[in-house]
Design a protein around this ligand. Structure first.
Ligand code: HEC
Ligand code: HEC
Ligand code: HEC
Ligand code: HEC
Ligand code: HEC
Ligand code: HEC
Length: 181
């Protein structure tokens, strides 16, 4: 099916919501976000929570033609735009409640010969927001990241931006707090 035809058929199903079934569409729409890594929006979970009503989002909140949607900031969402049309603490959990439900994180292991170092995201996301580290201190992509030495950390780079013995325990002590050694 050509893209134009597909869009026409979809537009028609939007006018007749009963005809629209979740099976016609892919579940996950991945939205690239440089500062946090991708947000994977699930159509199926939403259609289950809301009923199969495409018109709740299309096209007043989001156009189904993705290039027609501007990029939204978290501030736009706090003001009720995009995901914030529902994620306001009333219709669904608020955008400020739990960043990780939309921006998933995992613990990161840095391979080190003397003993791998572990970075527990959740310990940190309870104290900081994503923007405190991404992208200023770390890019949110472990494969492409710059590697640092302990000497550079002692000078305030990478983990050393906070683990300086003042904001958090120092990189010059407590090796075992981070390393499996
Ligand atoms: C809770 C909100 C919501 C509901 C309900 C919803 N969608 Fe979406 N839909 C989105 C979002 C968000 C996007 C991604 C928009 C973007 O990134 O620009 C999207 C994108 C799409 C796309 C474009 C996918 C692509 O890869 O180009 C299609 C097609 C689509 N939706 C169809 C539907 C249909 C059909 C229904 C009803 C069965 C539906 N949607 C219900 C929020 C919703
Ligand atoms: C039309 C209303 C509406 C819009 C718009 C909407 N949501 Fe939701 N969302 C809901 C409801 C209702 C639930 C289920 C109730 C709850 O969890 O609070 C939900 C649940 C979720 C969940 C938990 C379930 C899951 O899939 O893991 C996530 C994550 C989520 N939404 C992300 C998003 C993102 C990202 C956007 C914007 C791209 C968005 N939502 C836009 C209404 C909406
Ligand atoms: C309901 C889902 C949802 C929740 C909860 C959420 N975000 Fe987002 N966030 C998004 C989506 C979707 C985008 C991308 C929007 C776009 O590109 O149009 C985004 C974009 C961003 C961006 C890049 C744009 C900007 O504002 O700078 C940052 C940073 C961000 N989120 C951080 C956070 C933090 C921190 C939290 C918790 C306080 C959070 N988000 C909670 C869905 C969510
Ligand atoms: C205290 C600093 C810190 C905070 C706060 C933080 N991160 Fe991270 N994040 C990291 C570090 C360190 C890495 C690994 C980067 C590297 O390898 O250079 C990382 C990596 C990532 C990655 C890439 C994971 C992978 O598999 O490659 C994603 C996605 C990510 N973070 C998302 C987030 C989101 C979303 C938030 C907010 C909810 C957040 N981070 C808050 C430090 C942080
Ligand atoms: C706050 C957490 C943390 C503490 C504390 C820490 N390290 Fe590290 N260390 C790391 C991380 C993360 C890496 C990997 C950095 C990278 O690859 O970008 C690393 C890398 C290393 C490396 C390989 C790079 C190099 O400098 O040669 C050695 C060796 C090392 N650490 C030894 C130690 C010793 C010994 C201590 C105690 C005096 C220590 N570390 C304390 C987090 C820590
Ligand atoms: C934005 C500041 C910041 C950055 C950057 C940061 N940390 Fe932390 N970290 C903290 C704070 C604050 C604590 C809690 C206070 C304390 O224990 O001294 C903490 C605690 C920890 C803990 C102890 C967790 C627990 O179970 O109690 C580990 C392990 C850790 N950080 C590893 C790392 C590693 C590895 C890096 C670099 C990849 C890093 N941190 C980067 C601020 C930061």
């Amino acid at each position: 099916m050509s893209r134009t035809l597909m869009i026409m058929v979809l537009s028609l199903t939007l006018l007749i919501p009963e005809l629209a079934t979740a099976r016609w569409i892919d579940d996950i729409v991945s939205m690239e976000v440089e500062a946090t890594g991708p947000v994977n929006f699930s159509h199926y979970n939403h259609l289950e929570a809301l009923g199969k009503k495409c018109t709740l989002c299309h096209n007043n909140v989001y156009n189904i033609v993705r290039s027609k949607n501007p990029e939204f900031s978290m501030d736009d969402m706090r003001k009720g735009k995009a995901c914030g049309a529902c994620h306001n603490g009333n219709k669904a959990f608020a955008v400020d409640d739990d960043c990780s439900s939309c921006h998933p994180t995992r613990d990161i292991t840095f391979a080190v010969e003397d003993g791998d170092a572990m970075f527990p995201h959740s310990v940190h996301t309870e104290m900081y927001s994503c923007g405190d580290c991404h992208t200023g201190v770390f890019i949110p992509d472990h494969q492409k990241s710059t590697r640092y030495t302990m000497d550079q950390m002692s000078e305030g780079e990478s983990c050393g931006a906070c683990h300086d013995g003042d904001t958090a325990f120092s990189v010059e002590e407590d090796c075992e707090s981070c390393h499996d050694m």
